[in-house]
Write a protein that binds this ligand. Structure first.
Ligand SMILES: NC(=O)c1ccc[n+]([C@@H]2O[C@H](COP(=O)([O-])OP(=O)(O)OC[C@H]3O[C@@H](n4cnc5c(N)ncnc54)[C@H](O)[C@@H]3O)[C@@H](O)[C@H]2O)c1
Ligand SMILES: O=c1ccn([C@@H]2O[C@H](COP(=O)(O)OP(=O)(O)O[C@H]3O[C@H](CO)[C@@H](O)[C@H](O)[C@H]3O)[C@@H](O)[C@H]2O)c(=O)[nH]1
Length: 428
């Protein structure tokens, strides 16, 4: 099929490259000229394992990028994978998505053929009408049928390609059999090879499934963090407890790693958005509000543990890990942000290290020192705070010997306790 993907960020690039890999003819549209140039040069504009290879394989063949909406109508369907950032009150800002929807609609004004516009972005159920209106405004009385569907995305950063190509479930939110059939056709090459569950529902329910999914997982982590904090009070290892409760398959072993909390572009934004949407409708989701509160407290707890060992004022302090999780260069809502802020408030000279996320963090904190290895960060440091569970931190050993004060406060249980360092885990 001939498919457009509007927006070439984390989701859009993965989607475009994977659809090309499934044999579709894909046009990626982005307003950012640099992103378009990267894609056309055969490089992924973001760091994601396996993505560079897919883009390199398909660019110039069945994957091309452009800043123009001119040929949108030539495709069978257009995915919208545009950012939906948080506003001050936690609700999502759909203005960029609406703008893209309107531009897509404009491009469909003269369309003779039917065209399905598919919202990949994460939006709360009440916002779907805004996208429908924006598309309809542009498309007007197009000769062909133009409809809006939702198809939320469940990929995780760091394993995006793998998750997209081997999903546990795909969710089709459609208003008509025709729209459902278009989505079935798009996903047919993928579903032929994988026994993923296919959930067929209406557009609003589909987006609620996405929010419920993320809210549940984020709350699961906050719950294990809350329990982990209790464990720490009692001198009990929260990981031993988590491993044991995870054996109960009603609980499940995954997403039970306690530590400095959840960050990233999705959990914080999505939990805030569903809370804001619920409140707007008159309901206060108390458990979700508590999940956010626990999450906000974890970085402060990490810093308080650090205070017990080191007076950071005027000292060089290492922050190991800047990305919100390993495997990505994404620093959006990384727990490293409140940790660095807390260290700065304490008057520390912060030195940060991350294998891939330095440049993104530099935009947020241009004034701190960044180094090229964990060893360099530890050299002369009075303490280290571990924020991201990159495997390489687990292999650190004699690097700790070069520290001025060998204190390690580990927010991810990745560093091994060893002789010569004072080791403190957040919940163990
Ligand atoms: N990042 C994830 O892991 C993930 C996973 C599932 C769902 N989501 C959701 O998917 C959506 C996109 O997230 P993302 O992380 O890929 O965002 P992103 O910010 O990385 O990418 C958005 C892209 O859209 C482009 N863009 C903005 N306006 C445009 C326009 N009018 N026309 C063309 N391009 C335009 C931007 O230049 C940017 O490249 C969000 O709603 C997010 O919540 C994200
Ligand atoms: O046991 C755990 C698991 C995760 N995390 C943290 O939780 C955050 C999110 O991790 P993860 O879910 O692996 O990454 P994301 O890429 O943010 O993926 C989530 O958000 C995406 C965007 O909506 C969804 O598509 C995915 O299904 C959902 O897992 C990170 O800060 C992790 O460090 C923990 O603290 N403990």
């Amino acid at each position: 099929m001939n498919i457009n993907v509007v927006g070439s960020g984390y989701v859009g690039t993965t989607l475009a490259a994977c659809l090309a890999d499934l044999g579709h003819d894909v046009t990626a549209i982005d307003i950012d000229e640099d992103v378009v140039a990267e894609l056309n040069a055969g490089r992924a504009p973001i760091h994601e394992p396996g993505l560079d290879e897919l883009v390199a394989e398909h660019a110039g063949e069945n994957l091309r990028a452009t800043t123009s909406y001119e040929n949108v109508a030539e495709a069978d369907a257009t995915f919208l994978a545009i950012q939906t950032p948080s506003r001050e009150d936690g609700s999502i800002d759909v203005a960029p998505l609406e703008a893209a929807a309107e531009m897509t609609g404009d491009a469909l004004a003269d369309a003779e053929d039917d065209h399905l516009v598919i919202v990949k972005s994460t939006i709360t159920p009440p916002k779907i009408d805004a996208v429908r209106d924006a598309v309809a405004e542009g498309a007007g009385e197009a000769a062909g049928r133009v409809e809006v569907a939702t198809n939320p995305e469940f990929l995780r950063e760091g394993t995006a390609v793998e998750d997209f190509l081997d999903p546990q479930k795909v969710v089709f939110g459609t208003d008509s059999e025709w729209a459902g059939a278009v989505l079935e056709d798009i996903y047919a090459p993928l579903l032929a090879d994988h026994d993923a569950h296919v959930v067929r529902t209406d557009p609003e329910t589909a987006t609620m499934i996405k929010y419920a999914n993320n809210a549940f997982l984020a709350t699961k982590i906050s719950l294990i963090n809350d329990l982990g904090n209790v464990c720490k009070e009692f001198g009990i290892d929260a990981y031993e407890v988590a491993d044991a409760i995870g054996l109960d398959d009603r609980i499940g072993e995954r997403f039970l790693r306690s530590g400095v909390g959840w960050g990233g572009s999705c959990f914080p934004k999505d939990v805030a958005a569903i809370i804001a949407a619920a409140r707007e409708s008159g309901y206060d989701p108390a458990v979700l509000e508590a999940a956010v509160e626990v999450n906000d407290r974890q970085p402060e707890r990490l810093l308080e543990l650090f205070d017990e060992h080191v007076d950071a004022e005027g000292k060089r302090v290492a922050v190991l890990g800047l990305a919100f999780k390993p495997g990505t260069d994404d620093t959006r809502n990384s727990r490293a942000i409140p940790v660095i802020e807390g260290l700065q408030e304490r008057g520390a000279d912060v030195v940060g290290y991350d294998p891939v996320a330095t440049e993104n963090m530099r935009d947020r904190f241009p004034g701190i020192e960044y180094v090229d290895s964990a060893g360099e960060a530890l050299e002369g440091a009075s303490g280290a705070l571990v924020v991201t569970d990159w495997d390489e931190f687990g292999a650190l050993d004699e690097e700790f010997d070069a520290m001025a004060e060998p204190v390690v406060v580990d927010g991810r249980r990745i560093v091994d306790r060893r002789e010569g360092i004072t080791y403190e885990g957040l919940t163990w």
